[in-house]
Ligand binder design. Structure first.
Ligand code: BGC
Length: 337
């Protein structure tokens, strides 16, 4: 009995010793590893592991499908994973929620717009605090902690639209503006640039300004309403991709035979169609494919510690019928793949 008890004490003592010894070794190993620089995987492997998210204003908008197309082409080239997620219909609250979710799922980089300073600057800053870099695309959030912006200089784009209208109408027009949104900063800048460009023109009068919620249906409804309420309007300026298309539909249906000047934004297939027919006289070119493509490449550069300029403006210019066909075709061909 005594002998058995002795063995029990001996075995117990040994296990306590072994336990504490392995714990000490484990702790020492942890401390050692903590001070070792993390071994970096080869660049090719790291790029494969990158996971970027692109959040557009509206998922199925043809303009955003072009941004997506460019981003996907770059992602394929660089071997990164790209997710394209966003609201089905433009909606700022939903847009912000999607950004929150993307940040919570710990992706490597997020690309989105900075539609309003009030709602987008705080969420962008929260994402950056989680060490996820943000690139603003199409619409900047200049006071946020985003690393870079890529897209049109929206004020300048509005300004050249205004100058084009002055040139094409000989400085005489009663203008109505249809804008995608009153609150989105790029739309405000496009309106402001336009107003500044025409403000010294005695013959140019801005009669009305309405909002389309970036839909062609509402752009058409608002154009119709304006023509009813202000029959003196003989020129329209549409500041988002589908506005001039909606305006053109109304003019063709209800305003035939009357000279109405239309200038819009972007070069989607329907816009080009109306430009060819002469219903739309001019449009401001943007480079959505380029924005998506370069944003992905820039994101890889940012993560790998390469310098990226904070403002990267893509090309913008006004085109008219005589400038067609556009080069290169990829800019206005939307293929849903
Ligand atoms: C703008 C986008 C917008 C789109 C709507 C474009 O002109 O740059 O921000 O989402 O129009 O159709």
């Amino acid at each position: 009995m005594r002998r058995w008890w002795k063995w029990a004490v001996y075995i117990g003592g040994m296990s306590v010793f072994a336990g504490s010894a392995s714990f000490t070794v484990y702790c020492a190993w942890k401390v050692y590893m903590y001070h070792q620089p993390e071994e970096k995987p080869a660049i090719a492997d790291r790029k494969k592991a990158y996971h970027f998210v692109l959040v557009p204003e509206e998922l199925d908008n043809d303009y955003w499908r072009l941004v997506e197309k460019g981003a996907k082409a770059a992602a394929k080239e660089m071997g990164v994973r790209l997710e394209y997620i966003g609201p089905r219909q433009a909606n700022i609250e939903e847009h912000v929620k999607i950004l929150e979710k993307a940040a919570a799922s710990k992706v490597d980089g997020i690309m989105t717009q900075g539609l309003t300073e009030q709602q987008f600057t705080p969420i962008i800053n929260r994402i950056v605090e989680k060490n996820i870099p943000v690139i603003t695309i199409d619409t900047d959030a200049p006071t946020s902690r985003r690393t870079a912006y890529i897209g049109t200089d929206n004020y300048y784009a509005g300004f050249i639209a205004g100058r084009a209208l002055v040139e094409d109408t000989g400085g005489n027009a009663n203008v109505a503006i249809i804008t995608g949104s009153f609150e989105a900063s790029h739309q405000q800048l496009r309106v402001k640039g336009f107003q500044d460009a025409v403000k010294h023109e005695k013959g140019i009068h801005i009669i009305a300004i309405e909002e389309s919620d970036i839909t062609r249906v509402q752009a058409a409804e608002k154009a119709y309403k304006i023509l009813k309420e202000h029959p003196e309007v003989n020129a329209f300026y549409g500041t988002s991709a589908l506005d001039a298309i909606g305006i053109a539909k109304v003019i063709e249906q209800f305003h035939r035979g009357r000279e109405t000047y239309v200038i819009g934004f972007d070069t989607l297939p329907e816009t080009i169609h109306y430009l060819e027919k002469g219903t739309i006289e001019a449009t401001v070119v943007q480079e959505p494919y380029e924005m998506g493509y370069r944003a992905v490449k820039m994101m890889v550069d940012i993560i790998e510690g390469n310098h990226v300029p904070s403002i990267n403006n893509t090309e913008t210019r006004v085109i008219r019928k005589q400038d067609l066909p556009l080069r290169p075709a990829r800019n206005y061909e939307v293929k849903h793949d």
